[in-house]
Design a protein around this ligand. Sequence first.
Ligand SMILES: Cc1cc2nc3c(=O)[nH]c(=O)nc-3n(C[C@H](O)[C@H](O)[C@H](O)COP(=O)(O)OP(=O)(O)OC[C@H]3O[C@@H](n4cnc5c(N)ncnc54)[C@H](O)[C@@H]3O)c2cc1C
Length: 416
Amino acid sequence: MNNANVVIVGAGHAGVQTAASLREMGHDGRILLIGDEPDRPYHRPPLSKSFIASPDADLDPLRSEEFFANNDIDLRLGVRARNLDPSTQRLDLDSGEKVHFDHLILALGSRNRTVPIEGAALDGVAGLRTAQDARSVRERLGNAQHVVVIGGGFIGMEFAAAAAAMGRTVTIFEAAPRTMARAVSPDTSAYLEGTHTAEGVSIQSGATVARIEGLGGAVSAVITGDDRHIPADLVLVGVGALPNTALAESAGIATGAQGSDGILVDDHLRTNHTAISAIGDCARFPAGPTFRRLESVQNAVDQARCVAARITGSPEPYQRVPWFWSHQGKVKLQIAGLAAGVDRSVVRGDLSSGRFSIFGYRGADLVTVESINKPGDHMAARRILESRGSLLPEQAANPEFSLKEVGPATTHSSAR
Ligand SMILES: Cc1cc2nc3c(=O)[nH]c(=O)nc-3n(C[C@H](O)[C@H](O)[C@H](O)COP(=O)(O)OP(=O)(O)OC[C@H]3O[C@@H](n4cnc5c(N)ncnc54)[C@H](O)[C@@H]3O)c2cc1C
């Protein structure tokens, strides 16, 4: 049905890509794209990197101003979808408008987890997700001297690097024994921690913040679990994200446990209501014998293309190898695949050179490659993982062995 009425909720990476891909793939029907943020759709990754580091940086738009009008995409900004009725295929907007859909795409993204500790609501304690968040954190950072980051994940580490480069005193508190533990190998964590420490960041792993103290309503210090007093005039909370599922849940659409795991979809990214799909950060999709939810631009964009292809008559199951990137000061980290279940790692290159890759195996299967300042290895790794290429650990570890030579495997022992 190429003239179907498509409504997309969420004008972030996934929502905008869905609209663009629908038009590229020949969709003739109406496209209504609804986003609750006031800003024209923008790239989110720079918010914890270049945007925060420069007082004059502008948002990086996902598409030009003319793109939406030129492609007949009805973009509504600052409008929230507040109620969904799957049986009548109707959506209520907070503007009072009611819209009918043939296909509804939920591209709702995720929201920051908060820390349930005393003082978390003080002025100067902030998360970083939207352009609004980033503007207010940037302004605060301009006048701050002592910055505390709670959580040594992607956003916390990126923000810490930017703040340290601006001459701020930065301390990261990470409850786990090492930073970025869920996403990267111990070697990569150690390398990143080394580069941050060299830039003056204090990394306190295995340490918690028990409460936050304020003066006149504004943050003044954090008190650690072992009762240390750390001065702070800005506290950045980067303890992960939760998928936005409330709109789906209240409409009876299946989600994981209490919605915290995301909106459940099948391998074609359809929810349990076939006219309604979910993609990007908010979706929990099948991956081999299990389900997973990912927070990355690649996942949002590729899932958008997958849904657009189905709506325009070329359905294919969603099966892409995930990849990610993170810029932390001078370090460019790129990851292909997922680190879960890795039982053997080999290093290609020299850890001390600041240019190397770590190849992670589960049994005989290569499942992930982390590249530090080695974009060529990353691109090769994506190709090898996509084609299920056969690369032995000793070949991976040998810098003389060309990754370009790796061809598809003839057999494979387990699903990725
Ligand atoms: C600071 C930061 C840095 C990041 N850096 C990287 C990086 O370096 N590399 C990488 O791969 N990924 C990065 N990510 C993750 C990446 O940005 C997300 O995975 C990606 O934005 C997901 O796209 P999405 O469209 O699913 O969600 P989003 O881009 O979050 O868009 C969802 C939109 O839906 C809106 N919305 C929600 N509910 C409603 C409603 N009811 N009505 C209307 N609108 C609604 C939200 O407000 C939001 O605008 C970063 C994220 C953040 C926050």
